[in-house]
Design a protein around this ligand. Structure first.
Ligand code: ZN
Length: 83
């Protein structure tokens, strides 16, 4: 079975919670995908998004930032990943 990877912010926006985690200062924050999609377009991938993020606490750039996403609590469908 082939795994289908959905990693555009437009596709994840309505179904997943997406967080950015800064490994440098251990800050994490939930991303507002609706706002990001309005700015960058829904076709932006999480990898591309990561390149554009800067940590608001320590100023860390994409090298320090990990993006993780998962289904909202209560969902009974497995799905989790990150870049
Ligand atoms: Zn940071």
């Amino acid at each position: 079975m082939q795994e289908i990877v959905v990693d555009t912010i437009g596709a994840l926006r309505d179904t997943h919670l997406v967080y950015a985690f800064c490994t440098a200062c251990r800050r994490d924050t939930q991303l507002d995908l609706a706002r990001l999609a309005a700015v960058y377009g829904g076709g932006l991938t999480l990898g591309d998004l990561r390149e554009r993020l800067t940590c608001r606490r320590c100023g860390g750039r994409s090298r320090e930032i990990r993006i993780v996403y998962g289904l909202p609590p209560g969902s009974n469908t497995y799905g989790r990943g990150g870049v």
